[in-house]
Design a binder for this molecule. Structure first.
Ligand SMILES: Cc1ncc(COP(=O)(O)O)c(C=O)c1O
Length: 382
């Protein structure tokens, strides 16, 4: 394969640290049994690695009780388990126009069935939600506030600590979609007053695809949609009440979780601050260079401190899908174009339905790659 510059880390991170590949290979060869289902040494060994990873994730997000982490398939799965497991007839949900379809669709599906109502908070032109409007949006029917921490289109970081504080004061459940931030921006569920934290394992936490997690806080009781084998209480015909078993029916992605554990170990070894610093420097550099190409319009905040390395832009008079195809075919740059599963964000930006070109940077990207991409974009725009 010819050289590739991978700028699609918001979809899934690539490459993974070498330790992730190694761990998965070792796990499947040595511990490829079903954890928690049998007493033989392979099953026990598999369970030990899964539970160590659960504990590691708990520590990573400041979670006191590691049993409150549920392994899921991806962030979409986590969001669905949280949203659908919590909401009841008559509830209202406060959310934003910046959400991914994995929040919008479960919510709108429940609206269509006449079960809930949804209130959306506006944001400024550079993508920060209006906290005053949030304050005024609560009603006696409000049950949940769900907010994307880092926009997967314009990269804006929302002040989740402040939002969490408001929710706590009002006694409302606060759910954070950390799809784009888990692994890059420090998150502490206690400090940030988060009741439900949905995160993918396969993006900035460096696990493989097919991994994700949901933290279920003490104030929350979720109804499982998936019931089945759990390895505990097998005599009962009902799903166990205790976590994580309640929400984890069926065999989990053990190999993936082992890889996720190695991904988090990598972050802990490098230091999340170093990772954030590197991505922020690349982001600032890319933003500055894009600003010099006359025909390019960048969306969202120009302040590198208040955003992640997900940058959307368009070249005047060119269709973003076409730009993406040229970047791939002629320059070997992999990025994502279109609506990024967030149509309401693009409607607000005025970029619907074509969307935009999105570069999403990761820890393994370099300044040289950004320079090459800028040169490629200059050629395309010329
Ligand atoms: C903001 C946001 N939320 C949720 C998701 C869904 O994540 P997953 O791909 O793990 O299902 C994504 C995916 O890109 C996202 O960007």
């Amino acid at each position: 394969m010819k050289r590739i510059i991978y700028f699609d880390n918001a979809a899934t991170s690539w490459p993974k640290p070498v330790s992730v590949y190694r761990k998965m290979d070792e796990f499947i060869r040595k511990w490829g049994a079903n954890p928690g289902r049998a007493g033989h040494r392979m099953a026990v060994g598999a369970e030990r690695i899964i539970e160590e990873t659960r504990y590691q994730i708990a520590q990573f997000f400041g979670i006191k009780d590691y049993r409150r982490i549920i392994f899921t398939l991806n962030c979409t799965d986590s969001l669905n388990i949280g949203i659908k497991g919590l909401l009841k007839t008559g509830d209202d949900v406060i959310t934003t126009w910046l959400e991914h379809n994995s929040v919008t669709r479960p919510l709108e599906g429940l609206v269509k069935k006449g079960i809930i109502t949804v209130t959306r908070i506006n944001h400024s032109e550079d993508g920060f939600i209006d906290l005053e409007e949030l304050h005024n949006a609560f009603t006696p029917k409000t049950r949940l506030v769900v907010v994307v921490h880092g926009s997967n289109v314009i990269g804006t970081l929302q002040p989740i600590r402040e939002i969490g504080k408001i929710c706590k004061e009002k006694g409302i459940i606060f759910m954070v979609d950390a799809a784009q931030t888990a692994g890059v921006i420090p998150i502490d569920v206690e400090r940030d007053n988060i009741d439900l934290l949905a995160f993918p394992g396969h993006k900035a936490l460096f696990g493989p695809t097919g991994t994700g997690g949901l933290y279920v806080g003490r104030r929350v009781n979720l109804e499982p949609w998936r019931e089945g084998g759990s390895g505990v209480d097998s005599e009962s015909e009902l799903q166990p009440r205790e976590l994580p078993f309640r929400l984890e029916g069926g065999t989990i992605n053990t190999v993936g979780v082992a890889g996720l554990g190695a991904g988090i170990s990598f972050i802990q070894k490098e230091g999340i601050e170093k990772i954030r610093q590197h991505e922020m420097e690349l982001t600032k550099y890319l933003l500055q260079k894009l600003g010099h190409i006359k025909k390019i319009r960048v969306y969202g905040s120009q302040n590198g401190e208040k955003r992640i390395g997900t940058i959307s832009f368009n070249i005047k008079d060119l269709n973003p899908a076409e730009v993406g195809a040229i970047l791939d075919e002629s320059f070997g740059i992999a990025c994502r174009t279109g609506l990024h599963c967030a149509p309401s964000t693009h409607k607000k930006l005025g970029t619907f339905p074509e969307g935009a070109v999105r570069f999403s940077l990761g820890y393994f990207n370099t300044i040289e790659e950004v320079d090459f991409a800028i040169d490629s974009l200059s050629q395309i725009s010329a």
